[in-house]
Design a protein around this ligand. Structure first.
Ligand SMILES: [Fe+2]
Ligand SMILES: [Fe+2]
Length: 234
């Protein structure tokens, strides 16, 4: 473990560093075998650009499951601790909106937009959905606090309905196509740069911290045991 994990993301409004497209070709050229050896010696994982983005979607998906459970409880008139939702919305804000989506907006989407790719139409829609998602997260946090369960349910439903196709399209269409708009060197350098931004933003491995936090919330909502999702009979 590189730094304290607890309560790192929740309730903070960390902002990822750069707002510009980093010249990855220049970074790739600077990458030396010595640096790679040092990295291995420090025990850091080598996570590729797409693996990095896709596993962040895994965290997003686990929050969607928490939102699903909240909607189920609202509709069944079952009690739940609204603080779980406030914290889940906090993970979305700090880890997904202010970090993951910022990486996409600053480093991934411009690669397609600047190369005149036919996927630009998709990135325009994805950007618009990020903006709507931020408003929905504010609404989820506010209604969880105020206890307006009808408005909360409607914001949760809108969020989940939008983000499932959003991340599925990124995983299956946009991210795989990244290889066609950047060179292998640039792709590798992007992975390095993402790692640097992650450490700068969270003071350590932000992904591990987010997984720990979402795990804790799943336990509080009694949905952590994965066997609960297996149907009784098939
Ligand atoms: Fe996105
Ligand atoms: Fe994404």
């Amino acid at each position: 473990m590189k730094t304290s994990r607890r309560d790192f993301l929740i309730g903070t409004s960390t902002v990822a560093g750069s707002t510009l497209v980093v010249p990855f070709s220049a970074l790739a050229a600077q990458k030396t075998p010595r640096k790679a050896a040092k990295k291995k010696a420090e025990g850091e994982e080598d996570v590729s650009t797409n693996e990095d983005l896709m596993r962040e979607h895994g965290v997003l998906n686990r929050v969607l499951l928490i939102y699903d459970e909240a909607m189920r409880r609202i509709q069944a008139n079952e009690k739940f601790d609204p603080a779980v939702l406030t914290k889940a919305a906090g993970i979305i804000k700090s880890f997904i909106e202010d970090y993951h989506e910022k990486l996409e907006e600053d480093h991934i989407f411009p690669r397609f937009e600047q190369s005149g790719s036919k996927l630009t139409e998709l990135t325009v829609n994805l950007r618009a959905q990020h903006a709507v998602g931020r408003k929905l997260t504010e609404k989820i946090a506010a209604t969880a606090k105020s206890g307006d369960t009808k408005a909360l349910n409607s914001a949760l439903a809108a969020f989940n309905r939008m983000y499932r196709p959003h991340e599925a399209r990124e995983d299956t269409v946009l991210f795989p196509a990244l290889h066609s708009v950047v060179s292998k060197h640039e792709y590798d350098a992007m992975g390095e740069e993402f790692e640097r931004i992650e450490r700068k933003t969270f003071g350590g491995d932000g992904f591990d911290m987010a997984v720990d936090q979402v795990t804790e919330l799943e336990k509080q909502f009694d949905i952590y045991d994965i066997s609960k999702f297996t149907p009784d009979a098939v």
